[in-house]
Design a protein around this ligand. Structure first.
Ligand code: PLP
Length: 444
């Protein structure tokens, strides 16, 4: 091809052209094979080209692909809603369908604000979030995000929402137990609510395991339980952003299930349709929907493609596949093996400061000095170099760089499809090791 007319992530760079995929592998048109070690953007969680999903896609397409949600409901969307109600904890029984994670978190933001308006508390319209968080690229979602690199051009246009520290066990203060540290971080929420005023705060949003900004950071036990208590005490809704962690990624249906905590809303995306179609969701509690139903009865959110039958049928087929093949349990079991292998690598290679994760969502943090945990300057782009080297060697790895210069090092995420076998994990690890060793040599 002479020239491209497509705007790509890096302008001026030539990207290989995808040919096809099967299971954990992708193949480009030159015939090169890649292990999808990150399920793309932590998305293709059941692997590529699964027949059941493709068949469901075709079957729905033969009936009808699009029927506007203000005109019709559909069997596919009703069945998917029922399935999510079955999966979700507590009274999280109602789902608002959208097409991307950013739309899902922004819908949650809007529903939270509307809920308090319907209760006659319209000053409760601010959302507290955490530094080291990513909730999406649209302006509302970005206002709630702490991803410095993605925010910095637009700061004057973003809502000036309060943010607190997310727990980051690898860099916790010396001499403090994990439990104490978790509670200290959670208590920052209470301080922030009191500073802003409980009558101003609609909701708190957090990722159960921090993804895009820090590479699979798992909070200490007790953290989310304390967050729930504080939210209840001050009438603040708790939104769990499970766009990355939901649908079995961490070894439970939802990340919050690890701590038995029931949020007021859960957002989903990515693994919900495993990359077979754009699909995302905001799952909402009975109490919120009851309040809005008794009030105006109309949720002020939604997009043209919301709740379209085609995407719903595909997502339903993905959830059925996850259930049928026990992929949540597999995510827990094989994820533990992946983490063990990554921790072995961390013992061996001086570049890796920390290997961490939950289920099949794992991360590596690269440091200049293992003893002091001193991070590399971001300009060194160490994680970027590892990702490029791994790509060259046929392994896909996802970046996780929050851009907090001097605070956190570069990280990468390893999050292969939940279907990956032990042998395939071994293959992934050997390519990753070679890639890191090669960057290590380059840095010397
Ligand atoms: N929330 C979380 C936790 C995410 O990881 C992401 C994407 O990485 C988003 C929201 C935004 O999702 P999308 O890119 O589909 O808009």
């Amino acid at each position: 091809m002479e020239r491209s007319y497509v705007i790509k992530p890096e302008l001026g760079k030539n990207y290989p052209v995808i040919s096809h995929g099967k299971g954990i592998y992708l193949y480009d048109k030159e015939g090169k094979r890649y292990i999808d070690g990150s399920s793309g953007a932590v998305t293709a969680s059941i692997g590529h080209a699964v027949d059941e999903v493709v068949e469901a896609m075709y079957a729905q397409g033969k009936e009808v692909s699009f029927a506007y949600r203000s005109h019709f409901s559909s069997d596919a969307v009703e069945q998917l809603g029922a399935k999510l109600a079955e999966w979700a904890p507590g009274s999280l029984n109602w789902t608002f369908f959208v097409s991307s994670g950013s739309e899902a978190t922004e819908t949650a933001q809007k529903i939270a604000i509307q809920y308090w308006q319907e209760k006659g508390k319209s000053t409760k319209n601010r959302i507290i979030s955490r530094w080291m968080s990513y909730h999406g690229i649209t302006m509302g979602a970005l206002s709630m995000s702490g991803h410095v690199l993605r925010r910095k051009r637009f700061v004057p246009l973003l809502e000036d929402y309060p943010a607190i520290t997310g727990p980051y066990p690898y860099r916790k203060p010396e001499g403090m137990s994990l439990e104490e540290y978790g509670l200290q971080c959670a208590n920052e929420l209470e301080t922030a609510i009191l500073r802003v005023g409980p009558d101003q705060v609609a909701a708190f949003i957090a990722e159960p395991v921090i993804g895009a900004t820090a590479g699979a950071v798992v909070p200490p036990d007790g953290y989310f339980q304390r967050i729930r208590e504080i939210c209840d005490k001050y009438d603040v809704l708790f939104i769990a952003d499970e766009v990355m962690t939901g649908v079995g990624r961490t070894g439970k249906a939802f990340g919050v299930d690890h701590w038995g905590v029931v949020p007021d809303m859960i957002t989903l995306g990515k693994g919900m349709s495993a990359g077979y179609t754009p699909m995302a969701a905001t799952i909402v509690s009975e109490e919120i929907i009851e309040t809005i139903t008794k009030g105006t009865g109309l949720i002020m959110a939604g997009h043209t493609y919301s709740a379209n039958p085609q995407s719903a049928a595909v997502s339903l087929a993905v959830l059925n596949y996850v259930e049928k093949h026990h992929l949540i349990q597999k995510s827990a079991e094989q994820g533990a093996y992946l983490l063990q292998r990554l921790q072995e690598l961390a013992e061996e290679l001086p570049l890796i400061g920390d290997a961490r994760g939950l289920g099949m969502l794992c991360g590596l943090e690269f440091v200049k000095n293992k003893q002091t945990k001193e991070p590399f300057e971001l300009s060194k782009n160490v994680s970027g170099k590892v990702i490029a080297k791994a790509f060259e060697k046929g392994l896909l790895v996802y970046p996780a760089v929050g851009g907090i210069e001097g605070v956190a090092g570069d990280c990468v995420i390893l999050a292969p499809p939940l279907t990956i076998t032990k042998e395939e994990i071994d293959e992934l690890i050997s390519i990753l090791k070679a890639a890191i060793e090669s960057v290590q040599q380059e840095l010397q």
